[in-house]
Design a protein around this ligand. Structure first.
Ligand SMILES: Cc1cc2nc3c(=O)[nH]c(=O)nc-3n(C[C@H](O)[C@H](O)[C@H](O)COP(=O)(O)OP(=O)(O)OC[C@H]3O[C@@H](n4cnc5c(N)ncnc54)[C@H](O)[C@@H]3O)c2cc1C
Length: 485
């Protein structure tokens, strides 16, 4: 296919501006164009199609999933039937309070409450209408959540979530997904920046112009874009990036070029427990169930219980950007069923020791210092002394045999992006929605504070992806029906 520009078009490498859409020869015309087939894009597609919209989803990779596939599919929701059955008392107000407490009031309180209010209906809708597997996690309280409100599937795997979302899309003839199809530029009206469509590269067919009544950005953030990391999150530029390579930030750049307001660009989620050099995630449960970390000098360096996201910076501040995580048989047995942990075991990242002396030798740590660190930790864990680093949660003293694993800090995904309203419409710097444009997931500004890793409450990521995706899909479809911009 080829496209001929009939009239005068003003263009740059981000946006092709036209005065009249009929100036262009469009190759594709749809109601709703969704860019990105991760959790946000697929949820938006289902919501829009359910309301009668014809949907075209573009995915630049050869398969769907993005970061959503790499996740543990953990989604927070307040007031679900599953919580009621389990006797959990929760409310959207409490959920919003927890989010705002963690991000130090670094997200819009009204939007935060709105998202929290829509969380239960999102999970119930996906579960009962779209056949997506969700169960309440009730054996483990995720740090920062006041009550059990994390829902995930039976495998705790994002891959399962994505496969089920894809299966649900097959029920709608009105949804088409095109792989190996990156959106390369946005097309907008010169006079008011209203979005008209996108330039799309389709494998084997070259550049195509896709026209849409509504466009939803679901292409995540900029974790894989080194220039943007340098600009907004320089402290993680040299850290391992643990997210999806497709997250290169173009949605945020397009929005910015149209005059959208950017927010929270310095915020991100990181993790302080990635096995090194294996590059596999050791679940944080090894720490929260009672393990600790030491640096290469054999000393603990922070209260490990502060949160896995902010802990990444604590580890990266140590010699060689690494730490050694120490735990015992009880913890090993408790978490041995976790798939991530099993991968670490299979890769030989986790080593077993009869005593702390042999652990010290194996990791080349000063033996006397590690023995002293361990003794002090044990005393605090028995409640016989106060932990000098302020840790109060221990799970009891550790007992031999011990396990050790070298870990580092890694960047998981960025949390800054385009500011949106309660319908997920992208807001211009002048406070008004940019006509026809929506964003969710990592392309939208998140709920994790303005800067740094500490404002991320567990599962803020999929919350923003799935809930904003549903809001965007619904509003796009209903506006098309009403012929609104
Ligand atoms: C290891 C790991 C574990 C995690 N676990 C959890 C968890 O349990 N709970 C939680 O809440 N969060 C978790 N997160 C974060 C969560 O995965 C993300 O916040 C969420 O998946 C974002 O969804 P999304 O739809 O915005 O982006 P994605 O799922 O990344 O989807 C974006 C898609 O857009 C595509 N794309 C990009 N650019 C273009 C383009 N130009 N044209 C077409 N397509 C494009 C990408 O290829 C990608 O497929 C985790 C992250 C990681 C890395």
């Amino acid at each position: 296919m080829s496209s001929i520009h009939k009239g005068q078009a003003k263009e740059n490498n981000l946006i092709l501006y036209v005065d009249d859409p009929d100036e262009l020869d469009w190759d594709i015309e749809v109601d709703t164009l969704i860019i990105g087939a991760g959790g946000c894009g697929l949820t938006a597609a289902l919501a829009a199609a359910e309301m009668g919209s014809e949907v075209f989803v573009l995915e630049k990779e050869k398969s769907a999933g993005g970061n959503t596939s790499l996740s543990q599919a953990m989604v927070p929701a307040a007031g679900t039937d599953m919580q009621k059955t389990a006797g959990v008392k929760d409310s959207p107000e409490l959920m919003a309070t927890d989010i705002l407490k963690k991000n130090k009031h670094g997200s819009d309180p009204e939007l935060t409450l709105h998202i929290s209010k829509r969380s239960a209906s999102l999970v119930e809708w996906l579960r009962s209408t779209m056949n997506i597997d969700f169960n309440l996690v009730s054996d483990f309280l995720y740090p920062g959540h006041s009550v059990h409100r994390i829902h995930t599937n039976s495998t705790c795997k994002g891959e399962q979530l994505v496969n089920e979302l894809l299966k649900a899309t097959e029920r709608f003839e009105s949804i088409s997904i095109s792989y190996n199809t990156p959106a390369t530029r946005l097309i907008a009206r010169g006079s008011d920046s209203s979005v008209l469509g996108a330039e799309v590269s389709i494998e084997g067919f070259g550049k195509n112009l896709a026209r849409a009544k509504k466009i939803i950005f679901a292409l995540n953030g900029f974790g894989a874009n080194r220039d943007m990391l340098k600009q907004y999150i320089p402290e993680m530029l040299e850290a391992t990036y643990f997210g999806h390579e497709g997250n290169t930030g173009e949605g945020i750049r397009w929005g910015e070029a149209l005059g959208a307001e950017l927010a929270c660009m310095g915020a991100y989620q990181a993790h302080g427990s990635v096995a090194h050099p294996h590059g596999t995630l050791l679940t944080w449960a090894a720490v929260s169930l009672g393990g600790y970390q030491v640096n290469l000098d054999g000393r603990r360096f922070v209260n490990e219980y502060h949160g896995y996201s902010e802990h990444a910076l604590s580890v990266l501040d140590q010699k060689e950007n690494v730490a050694v995580e120490v735990f015992d048989e009880r913890i090993y047995q408790t978490i041995s069923g976790y798939e991530d942990f099993q991968v670490c075991v299979e890769m030989g990242a986790i080593k077993k020791f009869e005593n702390i002396n042999s652990l010290a030798h194996a990791f080349n740590l000063p033996e006397n210092i590690l023995l002293d660190t361990h003794a002090r930790f044990q005393k605090a864990a028995r409640g016989k002394s106060t932990d000098p680093l302020g840790r109060t949660e221990f799970g009891g003293p550790l007992k031999p045999p011990y396990y050790g694993v070298k870990v580092t800090g890694a960047l998981f995904h960025t949390q800054g992006g385009l500011k949106v309203d309660k319908h997920a419409r992208v807001l211009h710097e002048n406070g008004h929605p940019i006509p026809n444009l929506y964003a969710g997931g990592g392309t939208a500004a998140g709920f994790s504070g303005h800067k740094g890793p500490a404002g991320y409450l567990s599962a803020n990521g999929l919350m923003a992806a799935l809930i904003l995706g549903k809001l965007a899909g619904e509003h796009a479809a209903s506006s098309i029906q009403k012929n609104d911009s």
